[in-house]
Ligand binder design. Structure first.
Ligand SMILES: *[C@@H]1O[C@H](CO)[C@@H](O)[C@H](O)[C@H]1NC(C)=O
Ligand SMILES: *[C@@H]1O[C@H](CO)[C@@H](O)[C@H](O)[C@H]1NC(C)=O
Ligand SMILES: *[C@@H]1O[C@H](CO)[C@@H](O)[C@H](O)[C@H]1NC(C)=O
Ligand SMILES: *[C@@H]1O[C@H](CO)[C@@H](O)[C@H](O)[C@H]1NC(C)=O
Ligand SMILES: *[C@@H]1O[C@H](CO)[C@@H](O)[C@H](O)[C@H]1NC(C)=O
Length: 811
């Protein structure tokens, strides 16, 4: 930067300026032209207008420069039409135009202000150079016909606007010189973008690419130029945003030295102030000042930190889109969301503090809203990805909302807060943590106190009462329902209200006195064995698992030997009733199917790794996926396996269970054979479920769906798995998605658990954010009775033959 500045300076020292002029007037009239070494001088001799040359007097231009620094040319008239000699004449034409004529070439017009159409008053027009550097052409009555400030070249000086006239569409912008000794229009321009929150941008014309940007105006300064605060004592900043005009200009305060803001031939913007003692320009600020000012260096959802060991990072909740490229320090590909948004209802905001706000092109701005209102609006609009205050004054007011990628964010000491939408599971519980810590402390203190008094009373108190009391104080997570209410709600467990027969009992539909519809699971006798306290502990734990894609356990009811679980009611019942029913299946569009697949995947990711108590479902199947009235998929019966499994208390990566829980068709080979429990068992079941959802067919004894899908996949005919009605209703993109789904399904049912993807990896695969490997040929465990014709896949290992899974079928 400073090098280019020096070069610029040096070249101008060699620029030949014609020596002192005879005319020291500020005004040009129709009485005669000026030419050669004659100049217009502003009244206070701040600026001069005249001819100057570059490149050893081979090119001549009409320009305006600072008297103190003739090399600092602030405006050029004929930048793209140079004169070959100093024979130029500046005149007012008979029609009232300001013109530059070439006396060596028959007074040919080299340049014209083109303001003549205004006509009448033109006869008495005069051009005057003002002390602010503005050359103004006005008619007899003083009306401005034309002014150089409306036609900037590469320099902004005090009082010159950049921006846009919204009435006429006229733009005031800078364009760079081609090189330090060539004022013709160069490759860079500095323009105001009025879409979104207005901000200044530097563009490179030849590449059609944005180089840098100022950040939106935040009421005090451009957000990406915190330096502006450091010279507020010298300049007043004036930002205008009205229906007529969006513009920015600065004014030098009284007594301040002269200054300029110039876009050089390398696209670097420099604010320079004349140092009267050193007789040199001092550079106050430059943009780009460091690599983080390079537009889009860290890509979408990336954030640049110039102090970091590696400058680019991802905003919380995002990860590098292409880790390979990032490893090679190419972050321009940006970041991808780790957890898809779960709107409505499942999202929140992460406060990214101290940043230059991302590019606002395409965002909406409402200066009248409060920040809190802004947050509410953004939350309620599922396409809103972030919000921030549009004005930092008074602690932050106004509202900017972003609706797409967040581009070109960087950290600054003086930066603003940006609130980024994330799925709740990606949100750091910072504030809640403190809150919870306080609550926990209070509760613990209280509990200890009670414990003390409790101890005093203990001897007299009835034992069971006391246990309940402590249970409620220490836990209190899961509401207990009164048996009478539940009985009444289900019509006395009337068979008419039975809506299902789950693995562990009968499910009844019920209506609580407050009108809420619930599903009540009445555990069967064999599942009532567990101790009261143990049962409640487990239920408390399961009730804590809350996710949009898990059926919510509302509470439980313990009465004598009865054990009841109360769930939210799912009006669309279970998925198997849809996909395995030819009529209802037809009503499932591809989009719905995809949403169900993704929903189940998210629910499983939560169970496997995001919840505090990681959990293996062990019995994932279409019948255990329920659909609410908006067809949002919710996994049910999670934790039930754990509830009744004595070994399941602390599930490690894989553990051997005493009791086989599961359903034929969804059971992974390692579990069916050896009773090995691992997260990969759920992945296997998920794979089967995906193939079932895509095909609408059940994986069963008489028809092995995995074999069928694999055959079609091998023959590159995966799409035949979709029924023709679904296929016909799909767009090409959706068909592509279906092919991906099938491949993911086949990856999940591979024989070796270690080859199956983790659930967390499945979601990026499904949404095309991660390349897919080719699945291995599946091994299919089939009982002996299977029709031989279907078993042309590598035959079963011996362990499968004697397996007695018959008794578990049909759960
Ligand atoms: C100007 O002329 C001098 C001497 O003739 C030469 O050395 C120099 O390179 C020339 N500069 C340019 C920019 O043409
Ligand atoms: C060019 O214009 C000047 C000033 O008006 C005049 O003196 C001169 O004669 C003109 N030259 C020609 C060739 O017309
Ligand atoms: C004035 O108009 C002429 C002809 O329309 C055009 O070639 C020229 O570029 C214009 N000059 C300016 C300064 O706009
Ligand atoms: C950086 O990555 C982007 C896409 O992510 C690619 O288009 C570009 O060519 C890469 N640049 C280099 C220098 O490899
Ligand atoms: C969300 O905001 C966008 C952009 O302002 C708007 O077009 C869209 O209608 C909004 N959606 C809802 C549901 O309000």
């Amino acid at each position: 930067m400073s090098q280019s500045h020096h070069r610029l300076f040096h070249v101008f020292l060699s620029v030949l300026l014609l020596t002192a002029s005879a005319v020291a007037d500020s005004t040009l009239t129709q009485s005669g032209p000026i030419g050669g070494d004659q100049r217009l001088v502003s009244p206070g001799d701040v600026f001069q207008l005249g001819l100057f040359s570059v490149a050893n007097n081979t090119k001549w231009f009409l320009g305006i420069w600072f008297t103190v620094s003739p090399s600092a040319v602030v405006w050029v008239a004929n930048r793209d039409h140079p004169l070959d000699t100093s024979s130029g004449l500046v005149a007012l034409s008979g029609r009232g135009n300001l013109v530059l004529l070439d006396a060596a070439s028959n007074n040919e017009t080299i340049w014209s202000s083109n303001s003549s159409s205004l006509g009448l008053g033109a006869a008495g027009a005069v051009a005057q150079l003002h002390d602010n550097g503005n050359l103004v052409l006005a008619d007899e009555a003083g009306a401005v016909l034309w002014q150089s400030f409306e036609h900037p070249t590469n320099t902004i000086i005090s009082g010159l606007r950049t921006g846009k006239n919204l009435r006429t569409g006229a733009q005031w912008f800078l364009s760079s010189w081609r090189s330090a000794d060539d004022p013709s229009t160069g490759d860079f321009r500095y323009v105001m973008d009025t879409q979104g929150s207005p901000e200044m941008r530097v563009w490179r014309n030849s590449k059609g690419r944005q180089m840098s940007r100022s950040g939106p105006w935040n009421g005090v300064r451009f957000g990406g130029v915190p330096e502006m605060t450091t010279f507020e004592d010298m300049f007043d900043f004036q930002f205008t945003d009205t229906a007529d005009e969006v513009s920015f200009m600065y004014h030098g305060r009284d007594g301040s030295p002269v200054s300029r803001l110039a876009l050089n031939e390398f696209g670097v913007l420099q604010r320079m102030v004349w140092d009267r003692t050193a007789l040199a320009w001092s550079v106050f600020a430059a943009c780009p000042r460091d690599q983080c000012d390079t537009y889009g260096l860290c890509g979408a959802f990336g954030v640049c930190n110039v102090g970091g060991a590696v400058v680019c990072g991802c905003i919380r909740g995002f990860m590098p889109g292409s880790p390979e490229e990032w490893r090679m320090r190419n972050a321009t590909g940006g970041c991808a969301r780790s957890t898809p948004l779960q709107c409505p209802g499942g999202d929140g905001f992460y406060a990214l503090r101290g940043v230059k706000l991302p590019e606002t092109h395409g965002s909406t701005v409402d200066a009248g809203a409060t920040l809190a209102e802004c947050g509410r609006r953004c939350l309620s609009n599922c396409s809103c990805t972030a919000y921030a205050a549009s004005d930092i004054r008074g602690g932050g007011t106004g509202c900017i909302q972003w609706f797409g990628e967040l581009m070109d964010t960087r950290f600054f000491d003086d930066g603003q807060d940006l609130f980024v939408r994330l799925a709740k599971s990606d949100l750091e519980p910072t504030k809640p943590k403190k809150f919870v810590a306080v609550i926990t402390a209070v509760i613990t203190g209280f509990a200890l106190l009670l414990l003390f008094f409790g101890f005093m009373i203990l001897r007299k108190a009835r034992r069971s009462k006391e246990v309940t009391m402590f249970d409620d104080i220490m836990r209190g997570e899961c509401p207990t329902y009164d048996f009478g209410i539940i009985r009444a709600a289900t019509g006395g467990f009337c068979p008419k209200n039975a809506i299902g027969r789950g693995g562990f009992g009968i499910v009844y539909k019920g209506k609580l006195p407050d009108g809420q519809e619930v599903a009540v699971k009445k555990l069967s006798a064999e599942n009532r064995m567990q101790g009261l306290r143990e049962f409640k502990n487990e239920v408390d734990l399961i009730a804590k698992l809350q996710h949009r894609n898990l059926v919510r356990l509302l509470g439980c009811c313990i009465h004598d030997s009865e054990r009841l679980l109360v769930y939210e009611y799912m009006s669309n019942k279970s998925l198997d009733a849809f996909i395995f029913d030819s009529r209802r299946r037809a009503s499932l569009s591809w989009k719905t199917r995809m949403d169900v697949i993704l929903g189940v995947a998210r629910g499983l990711v939560y169970l496997h790794q995001d919840s505090r108590h990681t959990m293996i479902h062990r019995d994932l199947k279409a019948a255990n996926v329920l659909l609410d009235k908006e067809m949002v998929a919710k996994i049910s019966d999670f934790g039930i396996a754990r509830l009744f499994s004595r070994t399941g208390d602390d599930l490690e990566d894989s553990t051997v269970t005493e009791r086989i829980v599961g359903t034929y068709g969804y059971m992974s080979p390692e579990y069916a054979m050896d009773g090995m429990v691992s997260f990969m068992q759920d992945v296997y079941s998920f794979g089967v479920l995906v193939l079932e959802i895509v095909s609408g067919r059940r994986n069963q004894r008489s028809f092995n769906l995995i074999v069928h899908a694999w055959k079609l996949f091998e023959e590159n005919k995966s799409l035949e798995l979709l029924g023709s009605t679904v296929r016909d209703g799909c767009s090409p993109a959706e068909l592509q998605h279906a092919v991906t789904c099938i491949q993911v399904g086949l990856l999940c049912v591979q024989e070796s658990p270690s080859r199956r993807p983790q659930m967390a990896a499945v979601i990026p695969m499904l949404s095309h954010q991660q390349a897919l490997v080719r699945p291995l040929r599946p091994v299919v465990c089939m009982p002996m009775t299977a029709p031989a014709g279907l078993l042309d896949v590598q035959e079963v290992t011996s362990g499968c033959v004697g397996l007695t899974i018959t008794s578990l079928e049909g759960r």
